[in-house]
Design a protein around this ligand. Sequence first.
Ligand code: 2HG
Ligand code: ZN
Length: 457
Amino acid sequence: MTAAVVRTGLLRELIEAVGEAHVLVDPDLTASYETDWTGRFSGAARCVVRPADTAQVVAVVRACAAAGQPLVTQGGNTGLVGGGVPAGGEVVLSLRRLSTLGPVDLRSGQVTAGAGVPLAQLQKHVRAAGMDFGVDLAARDSATVGGLVATNAGGIRVLRYGSMRSQLLGAEAVLADGSVISRLGGLLKDGTGYDLVSLLAGSEGTLGVLTALRLRVVPRLPAGCVALLAMQSTQAAVDLLPVLRERLPHLAAAELFYESGLALVRKHAGLPAPFSEPVPVYLLLECLDRTDPTDDLLAVVAEADGLIDARVASDAASQRALWAYREAHTESINAEGVPVKLDVSVPVADLPGLVDALPVAVAEVAHEARTILFGHVNEGNVHVNVLDAVAEHEQVTEVVLRAVAALGGSISSEHGVGRAKANWLHLTRSEPEIAAMRAVKLALDPRGLLNPGVLFA
Ligand code: 2HG
Ligand code: ZN
């Protein structure tokens, strides 16, 4: 720490709040907090503060409020919309040290987790108690529970258990003035006024700092089966959904990807081709149950219209091998270059049309661009990753999000709005809706100190 830095009053107060070792100002130490996972968003932090508990978060928020100092809250820094890194000059409030895990309460089917607990650690903890957690996603080792709630993350099990908000039964949060809301009792019924906990889910750090979460756990389903289907078209994959819903009550995931993404996954993760020939569409299905669901899944696969080929895996290692084709997409794309990432959803009937239209629309505004699509088919959720187009990111964002809005879709399905899409919020939220959201923001954070520039431009 330099003498010039020590002189300012705020830094002295932050050091008093969390200890000198946890106020980082050395650029070598702050760097990993200042750039997002994709490498697209970055800004210099005034400093990085690492509180150990809620009382320390309160002290940090109070000190920043007194100094009029903006804050950016950060969990595992796996966000994809620039919502957890500074734009320049903010204090980064890293919550990774809030890593307490309470006992799994089997009577209520609930657990309390600190905001900084990584998803994989929560899963391990809950599974050790014979239960499971309803949300899973590829960034599980780093993504923290607080960040997942703040962005209302979805992932690969939404069709079975819903998004993060659906797992949330209570929360503790520090508001912009340093006051604390604590609703961790896990009441399943509570009709006393506004649902503040639910409001904080998906608020992207703009309304308060989530410090602990009360979460639902789900039964552990030990018997699984995974199938990778080579399909003739996206339409054929979408047309299969009613059959899956009717005949596979144990369906836990339905994921879509294409040759363009698979080629990058094979190149960067070194995986063999899943089938003898490239095919138009890959559909990955997973069933989870108490007893082996393989026969049911096989029967559905055998009769699927539009099927070219299929691989079915019942043992854990072969299941992981099939999942790798889907889960390695994000890292493989980033290994190729910094992508423009747009996470969108449309009514599922419109998904095939969107998938056909997007690469054409993107090519018109970014001639060298490579558009890679993949996603969660049941929710009509497509991850649009555009490589070689960072210079044209505005135009690319504009054409993609307008196409989605024209179909009545959402410009942010599960990653949040962040800084990346704040300028386009009006495309799928009406003026009265945005006015209501701004009114809430103004009431809870009148000086705009929490995650400025996130959600609202
Ligand atoms: C996924 O589904 C994540 O794997 C990341 O939501 C998507 O990298 C992406 O665009
Ligand atoms: Zn996703």
